[in-house]
Design a protein around this ligand. Structure first.
Ligand SMILES: [Fe+2]
Length: 386
C-alpha cells in the first residue's frame, strides 16, 4: 500500500531565529502584520522583542493580546475584527497553542470566508483553503501547533472543543530563547503534551514511516531533556533541545493525528478547565497501557526511545506497563498535578466517558473506544496517579 505524507510548512529554528521575521514578511509581499498573542506572553516582554524586529523592518503592526486558554470562536472573531480594523495582510501567532491556534483560525475569515468563526469550527473539521499567510512563533515547548494544520477552538455553547483544518500554513519560527522563562509547571505540562503527541502519533491508526521517524526522535530528546529543562530552567541546551523535540512531535502527529489521551484531554479541558498540556498528559500513561497489546512492536520502540532496557521477550502488556510506569515516574519527579489533588472526584472523571468515546480523535486509537472502555481508562488514570 502507498503512503502519502504531507509536511505543513517550512521551519526556521535556532537561538535568535526570530530576527528573520521582518525579512520573511517582506518576502511574502506583506506589510501589515496582525500579531496574535496573550497577556502573559506580552507581559513576559516577548511582544516587545517581536515588535522591535517589526519596527526595524519598517513594518507597521497591530497586536491582539486577548487570547485565553482554550480559545473560543468568539475570541478568534475578536482577533479577526482587530485585523480587519487595521487592514492586516498577514497574521503572526506568538505564544503557546492557544495563541497559535487563534492566529491560524483567524486567517479563515480574514481570507474572505463569510459569517462568524463558529460557522467553520465543527465536530468533523472542514479543510479550508486560506489566502492570508500565517507565521507561527511558539513560546512553549509542547504544542507543536506551529507545524500542524489544525486549530483547536472551543464552542462553549456545546461545552466541546472542535477544530478548523487549514490546508496551508506558511512558516514556523522556532526560537528557543522565548522558552527560558517558561515556569516549571508549564514546562512539565507542555513537555508531557509533546511526549503525548509523539507517542500517540507512533501508535495512531494513521501512523506512517515519516511520522514514526519524527515521533521516535522526539521521544528520545524528551526523555533526555524534559526533566533537565524542568530542574534547570535556564539550561539553554536543555531548552533548545526541548524546543526542537516539541517541534518534531508536532511534525509527527500532524498527519496521523493523536488519539485517546488527547480525546481524554479535550473532555477534561471542557469539564474541569485544566489547560491542554495538563489535560492530555493525565491520560497518557493509561492510553499507552491500553494500546500496547495491539501494537507491541510500536510500544517496544517507545520504551527503547525512553531509555527503558528491554530483554526482547516482553509481551505487549508488559511493555505497556513499563512505558506507563516510566511516564508516571516522570510526572511525579516534575510534581505534575493530579486530578485528585485538585479536588476533582473519581465519579466526575468517569462521567467524561461519553465525551471521550464520541470525540473524533478516539477513532484514531488502535483499540476501539466504547463508552465502557473510556470509563475503565478514566477510572484507572484517576486511581494510578493521585
Ligand atoms: Fe496536545
Amino acid at each position: 500500500m502507498y503512503q502519502q505524507h504531507q509536511f505543513s510548512c517550512p521551519i526556521i529554528s535556532g537561538w535568535g531565529s526570530i530576527s528573520v521575521l521582518g525579512d520573511k514578511i517582506r518576502e511574502l509581499s506583506c506589510s501589515r502584520p496582525l500579531v496574535v498573542t496573550d497577556r502573559g506572553v506580552k507581559d513576559a516582554g516577548v511582544i516587545d522583542k517581536v515588535g522591535g524586529i517589526l519596527r526595524e523592518a519598517g513594518l507597521e503592526f497591530t497586536v491582539y493580546d486577548g487570547v485565553r486558554p482554550d480559545p473560543s470562536a468568539e475570541i478568534v472573531d475578536e482577533a479577526v475584527e482587530a485585523g480587519l480594523a487595521f487592514g492586516c495582510d498577514i497574521v503572526i501567532g506568538v505564544g503557546g497553542g492557544s495563541s497559535m491556534d487563534t492566529a491560524k483560525a483567524a486567517t479563515v475569515r480574514l481570507s474572505g470566508y463569510e459569517g462568524l468563526t463558529k460557522d467553520y469550527v465543527l465536530a468533523v473539521p472542514l479543510k479550508l483553503e486560506t489566502k492570508v499567510p500565517v507565521i507561527l512563533v511558539p513560546t512553549t515547548t509542547g504544542t507543536g501547533s506551529e507545524v500542524t494544520r489544525v486549530a483547536v477552538i472551543s464552542r462553549p455553547e456545546f461545552n466541546v472543543k472542535w477544530s478548523v483544518h487549514l490546508k496551508n500554513t506558511t512558516l514556523a519560527i522556532v526560537d528557543p530563547q522565548f522558552t527560558v522563562t517558561l515556569p516549571r509547571q508549564e514546562t512539565a505540562n507542555t513537555g508531557l503534551d509533546a511526549l503525548a503527541h509523539a507517542t500517540e502519533a507512533l501508535t495512531s491508526k494513521g501512523a506512517d514511516m515519516y511520522s514514526d521517524l519524527f515521533a521516535v526522535a522526539a521521544i528520545r530528546k524528551i526523555a533526555e531533556y524534559l526533566y533537565r529543562s524542568w530542574s534547570e530552567p535556564e539550561n539553554t541546551d536543555a531548552r533548545t533541545n526541548m524546543a526542537v523535540a516539541a517541534n518534531w512531535a508536532g511534525l509527527a502527529f500532524d498527519c496521523p493525528m493523536c488519539h485517546l489521551p488527547h480525546a481524554i484531554g479535550d473532555a477534561f479541558g471542557c469539564h474541569f478547565h485544566t489547560e491542554h498540556g495538563h489535560s492530555c498528559s493525565l491520560g497518557l500513561a493509561e492510553g499507552m497501557r491500553l494500546v500496547a497489546p495491539v501494537v507491541p512492536e510500536k510500544m517496544a520502540i517507545i520504551a527503547e526511545a525512553m531509555g527503558i532496557s528491554l530483554t526482547g521477550t516482553e509481551t505487549g502488556e508488559q511493555l505497556g506497563d513499563l512505558v506507563a510506569d516510566w511516564i508516571y515516574a516522570l510526572m511525579r519527579k516534575m510534581e505534575f498535578v493530579s486530578l485528585h489533588s485538585m479536588g476533582i472526584s473519581r465519579e466526575d472523571v468517569v462521567a467524561c466517558a461519553k465525551d471521550v468515546s464520541v470525540n473524533h480523535l478516539a477513532s484514531y486509537c488502535p483499540v476501539p473506544i466504547t463508552e465502557e472502555t473510556a470509563a475503565e481508562v478514566l477510572g484507572r488514570l484517576y486511581d494510578n496517579y493521585q
